[in-house]
Design a protein around this ligand. Structure first.
Ligand code: SF4
Ligand code: SF4
Length: 417
């Protein structure tokens, strides 16, 4: 299976419960942005530009948990900004798990190893033998330095502080937009790709689930995306999400002013998206892509979908962002208010006509994947196709040669198979 059975059952149960009660619009995934601060400045990132005046603000922990409680989405994607900078990230993850939600921590991975060292230090108090065994593997793989290992053995500085421990209800969701050269160019810093790979390897040794999320831009070479998926498969990555880039106004302006680039050279039109994703259906067959085959067909230009942005709402430091994750017309006090005050009939692209000009080139995951997963406008055979995709065997990508890949990586990959 692509996704653990318990998680699939939770999401399916949530959808069926609402459908049986005739609830037309409801949340399936909450995009929770507890802060917009980030330690990177990626070229296409709208967040750090749009919210550049509120970068120091953080959403209080209680408000984060109340937002999840209000919209009751079974899955919460903690994003931002870089969520690992959020001072109470561990308590936030704990609180969401206590609400019995599936938690995705969307991270650029630069701070991931630090958080996993904290987990290991806590494990030394609870299960010393197991912690020592894992630590020795991590040191031998050069994923933890001998100095950090000594620090870990001393245990946590604050025993009462929660840690992010591996469980089937959590995924690290690592941002990777290509192989080393491409990714580091997009995030505008050398070494980020390598750090992400080290963090993923450490996470897999410690038993975490790891997914990756990739945005495809005009410059992206689809062949490189396939190479990246194959490489990530050798690291034991559990699944991938992929989405075309969206032309954020703030990112466009930044690109012109700061980088002297024309946005049309960087972002994708609808036709260009279909070209880039021409092999999306094959990607779904060959790699553990998370989501639905229907959305992949949509990306490949094989069918049309309407937008269901209400299913993946965004809560951030200013409120419930409307109308969607990408566009901002306002922020609302509650999810209910967002649902009621947004004219959903004026959004998306229907029969090739954009109901809002800003939607014209948008085919992004957060607008269209829920349409597919909720079966809106479903065609005969879609349900069977989705069941087969979800419950069928997980694709195992082929072995690849990739930069920086050691024999130890190959051995870890072999063990994981
Ligand atoms: S890591 Fe994420 S939040 Fe930070 S700049 Fe890049 S895209 Fe934006
Ligand atoms: S089509 Fe895209 S930009 Fe338009 S409302 Fe939907 S998600 Fe937002």
């Amino acid at each position: 299976m692509r996704f653990p059975l318990a998680l699939t059952a939770k999401i399916a149960g949530h959808i069926v419960w609402h459908k049986l009660r005739g609830v037309e619009k409801f949340a399936t995934v909450l995009q929770l942005e507890p802060l917009h601060t980030c330690n990177l400045t990626c070229t296409g990132c709208g967040r750090i530009r749009e919210y550049s005046t509120s970068l120091k603000d953080v959403l209080p922990l209680a408000d984060c948990l109340a937002a999840a409680d209000e919209c009751n989405a079974p899955m919460v994607s903690i994003c931002g900004g870089e969520p690992l900078i959020y001072p109470q990230i561990e308590a936030l993850v704990d609180g969401l798990l206590a609400q019995r939600r599936i938690v995705y921590i969307c991270t650029n991975a630069t701070l991931m190893r630090r958080k996993m060292r904290d987990y290991l230090a806590a494990l030394f108090i609870q299960r010393r033998g197991e912690a020592e065994e894992r630590l020795q593997v991590l040191v031998s793989e050069e994923l933890v330095t001998p100095r950090d290992a000594e620090e870990i053995r001393r245990g946590p500085k604050d025993e009462d502080k929660p840690v992010i421990a591996p469980t089937q209800w959590i995924y690290w969701n690592v941002h990777l937009d290509g192989m080393e050269k491409t990714h580091d160019l997009i995030v505008e810093r050398d070494g980020v790709f390598r750090e992400a790979v080290l963090a993923i390897r450490m996470a897999k040794i410690l038993g975490y689930q790891v997914a990756t999320n990739t945005t495809v831009y005009r410059e992206t070479d689809p062949a490189e995306i396939e190479q990246m998926f194959a490489f990530l498969g050798t690291l034991g990555v559990d699944g991938h999400t992929i989405s075309p880039g969206y032309e954020y106004d703030a990112a466009k302006k930044d690109m012109i002013a700061r980088l002297g680039q024309r946005p049309e050279e960087f972002f994708l039109t609808r036709d260009a998206t279909r070209e880039k994703f021409a092999r999306a259906v094959e990607w779904g067959r060959d790699f553990p892509i998370l989501g639905t085959p229907v959305y992949l067909e949509f990306l490949a230009g094989q069918r049309d979908l309407t937008c269901s942005a209400w299913a993946i709402p965004t809560r951030n430091v200013r409120g419930w962002k409307g109308p969607c994750y990408l566009m901002t017309d306002g922020h609302y006090a509650t999810y209910r208010e967002l649902l009621e005050k947004t004219d959903w009939n004026k959004l998306g692209v229907v029969d090739g006509v954009a109901r809002d000009p800003r939607c014209e080139n948008c085919m992004v995951h957060c607008g269209y994947e829920p349409t597919a997963s909720l079966g809106i406008g479903a065609q005969p055979g879609d349900l069977w196709k989705t069941l087969k995709f979800t419950f069928g065997p997980k694709p195992m990508p082929p072995e690849v040669e990739a930069p920086g890949r050691s024999r130890a990586d190959a051995e870890i990959a072999a063990v994981r198979r």
